[in-house]
Every structure is written in structure tokens, then in C-alpha cells.
Write a protein that binds this ligand. Structure first.
Ligand code: EPZ
Length: 421
């Protein structure tokens, strides 16, 4: 299995360009199922998860071309099946996002239940609640979940999400786009990826209002025309590099940033004494002007502090003097990186969804394991400032979600090497 070898590095310096957002492009690709014509996406990141979604759509009958780097053309001459099988679904949880559009377009969708993962059980009950609200019959059998629309098709309805689930909001919005009548999603997720999806659907002819707020109104339409759309920059990759600059006490310029999307991360870094400023060229992160101090973070649905930046931020907090607390409220088991950071000499104690970090002691390189995409990135950040060498295994987690990860870090002066066993 491939590994990363990360050596203690100089403070990072230079500039990095942010790729299109993984968590935006995956629902956009699924939404192409609704389109009666060809749709074109630009700034599509070169990621394993994008390849898996391409395989899933191709298996459903899609014709996909990549005329140039970063551009995808997707067209469905016809949908050859309404099932997404285990082999493909097991590779990526986000494959569940084909369910809503398949149901809306063909009246039926059968998808293998996506498994949980290290960060939590990750049920899909809210997705299914939405489909049922639109009139679908939902059957769970033999580890598959099937949704069948009524004879005349889905019918618009109001649905309240007990938790502002990103995936459920996306799936229900796509299902409602072709329903008869109007749907309201209440307590909807407000993430930028939801807004990007709504913008894409509206370009195709959907009639969606309120994306980015807690109530989204979708008036069903009959036909979705082709369009082209540029994927928003990845706010989580942006946050990861903001923290790379902070943890190494460097000075970096991050290009292709939407400042609004990373407000909570910038705010918390400023509290620690990091300079974060938007200039004409992009976002400057300057962390070498004065000693940095600790802070407390609590993850929340957008616009709160993003759960995906919790572990990279914790790595940073192990390097500042003083005590910090981290409270994780979105996922029930997202502290798997704590044991790995403690193996590197960090002093972190957890109790339930709360972690107490006593920072300031130096870190030592060690052999550690990436337990999820963001925890893996957090361990790379820690390795940049740990004495000696940090060997990180299970790096496929990282490579599925960060485009040109090693190259971008090397360009900033990081000592990182990818080795194949
Ligand atoms: C999306 O996952 C992202 N993935 C995650 O990013 C991100 O961490 C998460 O949103 C929260 O922001 C993609 O967009 C592909 P949720 P999703 O549904 O949609 C519970 C990364 O590292 N829940 O908002 O699966 C669930 O258990 C990944 O890029 C239900 O209870 O997240 C969790 O505790 C990790 N029932 C909470 O809601 C449901 O039906 C948030 O889940 C659905 C969710």
C-alpha cells in the first residue's frame, strides 16, 4: 500500500491554486441524470471519487467525455438501468446521490445501502423521508434500498429535515426538481455546495429558490435543458492549506478562494494571531509575525465551523501554547486522528464529543494511519512540524479527495514523498 513520508519542513512559502470542490462536483454529476441534453462542467478536480461517480453514471447509461483537463461532458441518450450496484456503491458513500435524480427521471431507483465509515454510521433516513414525502414507496431489502414513484410521478410536498443533512438536502432537491407541484425543504442544509447545485439545476431549467437558507422552495418542471457550469472552489482544500501555512508558521498565498466560504476558519485562525487577508491575488495567510495562541472550536452545520476542518485544525492546536477545546457536533465518531496525534507526542484527551488539547510540546515523527480523508490531511500537517519522519499509511483516503496533493505541498516547500510499498 502506498504511504506518505513527511519530514520536518521549513515554514511553508509560496502560492497554491485551489481545485474545484469534491463535495460540489459529486452532486452536480448526479444531477446530470435529470438533464435531457448534454451538460458541461468545468474546473472538475482529478479525483478518485470523480472517477467512481463517472463509472456509476456510465453504468446507468451516461456518455461521458473529457475534452480537456478539468472539463466533463455528460449526456444520457437513455437511462439503461435504475440500479446502482454494490460494487460501485461500496467505493463511495456519495453514490447515494444518484437516488433522487434516478427516482425523479425514471420513477424508480434501487441503490445498495451505503456503508457507514470510520467517522460514523451515516444513515440515510432523512433522504428516504424526503422521497416518501414526495409520494414514493421506499423498500429496504437485502441491503438494497428501493424507491418507487407513484403512477403519475412524484408530487411536491413539504419536508422537514430533523438534521440539516447536506446529502439529504441535495437528494430531495434533485428529486423535487421534476415533481408535480411545489416542494419545500425545511431545516435544509445551507452549505455552498447546496447553492452550487441549485444554480446548476436552475441553469438546466429547474425553479429553485432559497438555496443557502434553511428553507428551499422547488417548483417542479417537466424538462431540463443542457447547460455549462463551473464547479465552485473547494473550501475544505482551502482550509487545509490555510492550516498548513499556520502550523508551519509560514507565509502563503492561496488563489481561487471564495472568502465567504471559509469565514469561520479565517475567524478562528485570526483569534490565534494568524494574519488572514484577502488581496487582489487571493488569500494571504501569514503566521510568522508573532507567537500564536490557543482557541476553542465547535463544529456546526454551515455557516458554522466545518466538521471537515476539525482534524486539521486540531493538528494546528497541538503546536500553540495553552489549552484548547474541540467539540464535534456533526459526526458521532470523528476523533480517530486523536490517537494518531498522541502517538506523535501530542497531549489530547477526549471525552465523548469533546477533546482537550494541551498544546506547545513539540511533536515527534511516528508511523500513523489515515482514518479518513481529513484526518489523513491533519496527520500530514502534523508531520510537517514533527521532528524526524512521519510515515502515513492508508493514504488512499487522502488521494480520493485532494487533487495533486503532494505536488501542491511540495510547491510550498513541504518535505513530503509518496512511496509505493
Ligand atoms: C457531506 O456528507 C460531505 N460529503 C461530508 O464531507 C461532510 O463532512 C458532511 O456533508 C457535513 O458537512 C459530501 O458532500 C460528499 P450529512 P453527508 O448528511 O451529506 C446525519 C469529506 O470529508 N444524517 O450532512 O453524508 C449523519 O449521520 C466528507 O469531504 C442522518 O442522521 O453529511 C451525520 O451525523 C466527510 N440521517 C450528520 O447528519 C441522514 O439521512 C451530517 O451528515 C443523513 C445524515
Amino acid at each position: 500500500m502506498a504511504k506518505f513520508l513527511v519530514q520536518k519542513s521549513e515554514p511553508l512559502n509560496g502560492e497554491v491554486y485551489i481545485s474545484g470542490a469534491k463535495n460540489a462536483v459529486l452532486p452536480l454529476m448526479a444531477a446530470a441524470i435529470l438533464c435531457d441534453e448534454k451538460c458541461v462542467m468545468m474546473d472538475v478536480p482529478d479525483l478518485r471519487d470523480v472517477e467512481v461517480m463517472k463509472d456509476i453514471l456510465t453504468a446507468l447509461g451516461a456518455k461521458i467525455d473529457a475534452p480537456q483537463t478539468g472539463t466533463l461532458e455528460i449526456e444520457f441518450p437513455n437511462i439503461t438501468t435504475n440500479e446502482a450496484d454494490y460494487e460501485l456503491v461500496r467505493k463511495m458513500r456519495a453514490s447515494i446521490l444518484v437516488m433522487g435524480p434516478l427516482l425523479a427521471k425514471t420513477g424508480r431507483a434501487r441503490v445498495h445501502m451505503p456503508g457507514g465509515c470510520t467517522i460514523g454510521a451515516r444513515p440515510i433516513d432523512l433522504h428516504l423521508k424526503g422521497f416518501e414525502a414526495l409520494g414514493a414507496q421506499v423498500i429496504q431489502k437485502d441491503n438494497y434500498v428501493e424507491a418507487i414513484a407513484p403512477e403519475g410521478g412524484l408530487v411536491g410536498e413539504s419536508v422537514y429535515l430533523d438534521f440539516p443533512s447536506v446529502g439529504a438536502t441535495e437528494n430531495i432537491m434533485m428529486a423535487a426538481a421534476l415533481a408535480q407541484g411545489t416542494t419545500y425543504i425545511e431545516n435544509a442544509a445551507e452549505e455552498p455546495e447546496i447553492v452550487d447545485l441549485a444554480n446548476f439545476l436552475n441553469k438546466m431549467g429547474a425553479r429553485i429558490k432559497g438555496a443557502g437558507t434553511d428553507t428551499i422552495k422547488i417548483e417542479g418542471v417537466k424538462y431540463m435543458r443542457g447547460c455549462s457550469h463551473t464547479v465552485i472552489p473547494d473550501r475544505i482544500e482551502t482550509g487545509t492549506f490555510m492550516l498548513a501555512g499556520a502550523i508551519t508558521r509560514g507565509e502563503i498565498l492561496i488563489r481561487n478562494v471564495v472568502p465567504d466560504h471559509v469565514k469561520p476558519i479565517a475567524a478562528k485562525l485570526r483569534e490565534c494571531g494568524v494574519i488572514v487577508e484577502m488581496g487582489d491575488e487571493g488569500m494571504y495567510v501569514v503566521a510568522d509575525r508573532k507567537p500564536l495562541t490557543s482557541t476553542d472550536i465547535k463544529t456546526l452545520p454551515y455557516p458554522g465551523f466545518p466538521t471537515d476542518i476539525q482534524s486539521p485544525f486540531m493538528s494546528f492546536l497541538t503546536t500553540v501554547e495553552g489549552s484548547s477545546t474541540v467539540i464535534e457536533t456533526v459526526f458521532e465518531n470523528r476523533f480517530m486522528h486523536v490517537a494518531e496525534l498522541n502517538r506523535m507526542g501530542a497531549n489530547i484527551k477526549t471525552e465523548g464529543n469533546k477533546a482537550l488539547i494541551r498544546g506547545g510540546r513539540g511533536l515527534e515523527g511516528a508511523q500513523v494511519i489515515a482514518t479518513d480523508l481529513r484526518a489523513g490531511a491533519a496527520l500530514v500537517l502534523a508531520g510537517l512540524v514533527a521532528k524526524g519522519t512521519t510515515e502515513i499509511s492508508e493514504i488512499y483516503h487522502i488521494e480520493r479527495g485532494y487533487e495533486h496533493f503532494v505536488k501542491k505541498f511540495k510547491n510550498l516547500g513541504a518535505n513530503i514523498l509518496r512511496i509505493d510499498d
